[in-house]
Structures are given as C-alpha cells and as structure tokens.
Design a protein. Sequence first.
Length: 316
Amino acid sequence: MAFFRYAPAFQKSFNFIKSFAALLKHNDMNRDVGSFMTRNYHFAHVGMSRGGALDYLRAVSIRHLPILDKDKVVVGLHTVDGLIGRRWMKNAALIMAGGRGVRLLPLTETTPKPMLPVAGRPILEHILFHLVGSGIRKIFLSVNYLWEQIEARFGNGSRYGCEIAYLREKCPLGTAGALSLLPRDLGDPLLVLNGDLITQFDIEQILAHHGQAGNVITIGARDHSVKIPYGVLHTDGDEVLAIAEKPESHHLVNGGVYVLDPSLPATVPGDREYPMTELIECCLREKKKVGYHLIDGDWVDVGEHRQLARARGEHG
C-alpha cells in the first residue's frame, strides 16, 4: 500500500497541523506540547479488520481513522469511502435515448427528451450517475433524434467514471429495436432502462433477483394505485348487493426497467420499430420464463408536461 511509504511524512504533517492550531489559540512556542495535544483520540490497531474499522467509524460518527502500530506510530488511514469501496458489476446497461418526445413539444423541438433538465442536470445525466454509483461501468446509449447533442455532452463517459458506447439508430427502432445493435458477446444479463426515467431503484437487487429466479426477462414493476372518486355498486342483476365508497385498487405496472438474458438481443429484428412488449410477448409464447421485480424508491416517468413538472418539483 503506497500510504505506508508516506506514513512518517503524514505523521509529521499531522503534528505540524496540531502545533499550528495551538499557535492560533495564542499558545507560547516554548509551551510543552503535551498540554494541548489530544490524548483521548480514536484509532485502529494494525490488523483490525475492514469490517471492524467500518463499524468503529460508524459508531463514533467519524469518517477517518488513523492506523497505529504497537509503538503508536501512524502507519495508515481508514476512511469510510475507502472501506465501503465501489463494487464494479460485470453487467452492462442499455439506455434507450432515441425517442422523439412528441408529448413534450414544444420543449423537444430543439432538445432531445433525455436532455431536458431536471434539478440542473439532463435527465440522462441523472440516470448515468445512478448507474455508475451502483457499480455499472459499461453503458450503451441508443440514440437517434438530435443524437449529436447527447454525444457532445457525454462523450466516451470517462468524466462520469464509465465507458459509453453509442448505438445509432438509422431510423426509430422503438423501445427494444436497439437491442439488435448490441455486440453479441455480452456474457451477463443486460440492464435496460428507458431514457426518460428519474429513479433511484436498487440495481443490485433486481440483477440478483433475475439470476435467482432463472428468468429470461425480469420486468421492473411499480405499484400503481387507482382511486375511484365515487361509490361503486356491486350488483346481481338489478339488485344492489353492496356499495364501496371511493375504493382504491392497486395494479402492477411496467416501470420501464428490464433485465434481459444476454441471448435475447440476437433475436430482435433491426429493420423496424420493435417495442419491448413484443419481445416480452414472444418469450411468453415460447414458454420462456418472464418475471417481475418490484422496484421501490423515487420513480418518475418523464413522458408528459405534468410529469416533467413533478420531476422538477413544480406545482400548480
């Protein structure tokens, strides 16, 4: 570990900072350092496990913990970020970002829908941050309408900590047609997302569920409630058996998030619009297992003006 090589310098710098802080408090240069040094400090012994060090940091609500050897000499430093780390996943993700965004006209006359700003950033940038922050580092972007703006903004993905490859649709291919443009050597299940989602679902959970269930497609589902603002009659012929006042029903709806078996892109035609629902129905006809995973957390499908306003926190 490179830090150990510089540990003596680190300790000297630490001592200098402590001494400088003491001088700022108007202590005399000849005063014994022991009178203002911190004696009851937090530290980790060499050999403390990463898990133990992380528990320690959390328990005392600090983010840095010096590592001391048997002679109380600083030989390293634990940090919360360093202990948690980032677990990179082998899975790639595909973001469908080629749509025209007709329902959001006139905003989309000169701006592609995934580039509309929410909280100061394009929708697509929010998605990228979520993917990379969850450990996805290989990302495909399917682009068509005003694709130049998207590629100019995100480039090869290096500034976002990922690798971006673009799938340029020569004509609109729908919500699944761009799968035909993917390389055939993915190897691992593919995460697919619509490019107009503001969401914070647990990516690791849905990928784990897909593998455990043995699905060829796992649909990220949302619980959608419908409230009827009237009393609903339950009848038998012309006789009323009961009345339910303003009942609310719940339905599982497609959340625009999918995990696909890596063999599926090769089955998708690339010469026409091909919706994701058609791919799902094809798998069902062939008796392939299609499942769902309930995705929780924030979720806004920015397809209409009122949904965009909601994502932006606008009211009225």
